[in-house]
Ligand binder design. Structure first.
Ligand SMILES: Nc1nc2c(c(=O)[nH]1)N[C@H]1C(S)=C(S)[C@@H](COP(=O)(O)O)O[C@H]1N2
Ligand SMILES: [Mo]
Length: 438
């Protein structure tokens, strides 16, 4: 079950924190009498779509009624229909039927934050600085985003991003963390430069092992010496032509929640390697040891374990490519159709660094499978679309199951893959319910 928390509940508990998380860190700088001003106010104006003439009379912690009236569990500015899983920090996923577009609209992309995002909406993006350094960087540099955009060739690619914990809610015994169901995946179009163009310019020494990011978000404790997250990928992955530094999504500047003004993007791996609010790139001479690289974070047992077992840190291996997976995005689970009609079904499939070779559906709980029509990806590391036409033998309750197989012959497990302590990599078949009437 998805835990839905209301905006009201959130504000009732801690209005200042709610303001801070929803509107950015500076919203917390309220006047002594508790009124919202400054950048928090501007963000709020942007979200309600107008200036707020009596803002000076608006108490801090007040929920703009424009959002409070909605029945949605929570309205994050710029998002529509997402389900909130956690409010500190904000984590929200997208119901499967809202992921139907071939290219994921910005309003439908899940949000996963590990810390408190920086308030970047009022900065000059062109002046944002990124430094490239590290033990295996021959010529460390600091470059502004404006300069980077001028100096390197721009590319636009459609790339999937999926949280390593997507599907966690199904594991038993349960794993701690955001209880993602199926919605921590999306495949928008990103614009930026190839990471390798700038890395090569800075000089990657022969002893380079990993390329990592550091970012401008704040640890949840507020302790400036701690980082919420700093991860990376092996050099070979960083040098692939699809690994990017991006500043635009679907043709617009990155939204604040997704890393404005600039982020890293290494698709096909857990999205935790794609650092938002990018400030530093480190070319390391060892496996990166930043926040959430060690211990049990983004790691799974190197060898399968029985459900519920505790696994020593040294027996856990870093997650690399994500597994093969698929999602039915049309129809919405729970619909009714008639036995006299053919039902059109569609969705997407993806397979980490690999390609999806075939997608099958079943209406008899996996006893028999029918091949769907599968399209090629628009580019490597973008999801692929499938369609199927279904005929039901008689009225009643059915489930449609979907199962993808990648180009090295690995298929999705029907119910659950191997259990792991943190609940990563659940690529079980997606299934929806349909009621077939006479
Ligand atoms: N700086 C920074 N980058 C980050 C994170 C974060 O908390 N801080 N979360 C990571 C994780 S775990 C995921 S799943 C993706 C989510 O990207 P999105 O919020 O744009 O969908 O961002 C990654 N990059
Ligand atoms: Mo994630």
């Amino acid at each position: 079950m998805t835990i839905k928390r209301g905006l009201h509940e959130f504000y009732a508990e801690n209005p200042e924190l709610a303001d801070e998380i929803l509107w950015g860190r500076k919203a917390n700088k309220i006047t002594r009498r508790g009124f919202v001003k400054g950048s928090g106010l501007a963000a709020m104006s942007a979200a309600v779509g107008a200036i707020i003439p009596f803002a000076h009379l608006m108490p801090g912690g007040l929920i703009p009624a424009a959002f409070a009236q909605s029945d949605d569990a929570f309205s994050i500015p710029g998002k529509s229909g997402l389900i909130l899983l956690n409010d500190r920090p904000i984590n929200a996923e997208t119901p499967a039927h809202l992921l139907d577009h071939p290219v994921t609209p910005t309003s439908r992309l899940f949000v996963r934050n590990n810390g408190i995002p920086p308030s970047t909406w009022d900065i000059d993006p062109l002046e944002w600085k990124i430094s490239i350094e590290g033990e295996a960087c021959e010529n460390p540099i600091t470059i502004t985003l404006g300069e980077l955009q001028k100096r390197y060739k721009q590319h636009t690619l459609q790339l999937q991003i999926e949280c390593g914990g997507n599907g966690r809610s199904e594991f038993n015994p349960p794993a701690k963390g955001n209880q993602w169901t199926t919605g921590a995946i999306g495949c928008p179009e990103w614009t930026g430069i190839r990471l390798r163009d700038i890395l090569k310019d800075c000089g990657v020494s022969d002893n380079a092992v990993y390329v990592a990011y550091e970012a401008a978000d704040m640890h949840l404790s507020g302790d400036p010496t701690k980082r919420p997250i700093s991860r990376g990928v092996p050099v070979q992955k960083a040098l692939e032509k699809e690994s990017m530094i991006v500043w635009a999504m679907n043709g617009d500047p990155l939204p604040e929640l997704h890393g404005f003004p600039v982020r890293m993007l290494c698709a096909g791996w857990p999205a935790s390697v794609s650092g938002k609010w990018l400030t530093r790139i480190l070319i390391r001479d060892r496996i990166h040891d930043g926040a959430k690289m060690n211990g049990q974070s983004y790691r799974v047992p190197c060898k399968p374990v029985a459900p519920g077992m505790s696994v020593a840190d040294e027996d856990m291996c870093i997650i690399e490519s994500m597994p093969v997976k698929s999602l039915i995005t049309f129809p919405k689970s729970g619909i009714e159709s008639s036995v006299t009609k053919l039902l059109q079904v569609r969705g997407h499939a993806w397979a980490g660094d690999n390609r999806v070779k075939k997608v099958h559906t079943s209406i008899d709980f996996g006893a028999t499978w029918q091949k769907t029509k599968l399209k090629k990806a628009v580019n490597r590391l973008a999801w692929q679309h499938f369609t199927a036409t279904m005929d039901f033998p008689e009225p009643g309750y059915y489930e449609i199951w979907v199962r993808a197989t990648d180009d090295i012959g690995r298929a999705q497990p029907m119910l659950l893959p191997g259990w792991n302590p943190r609940g990563y990599l659940n690529n079980a078949c997606h299934r929806i319910a349909v009621m077939i009437t006479a």
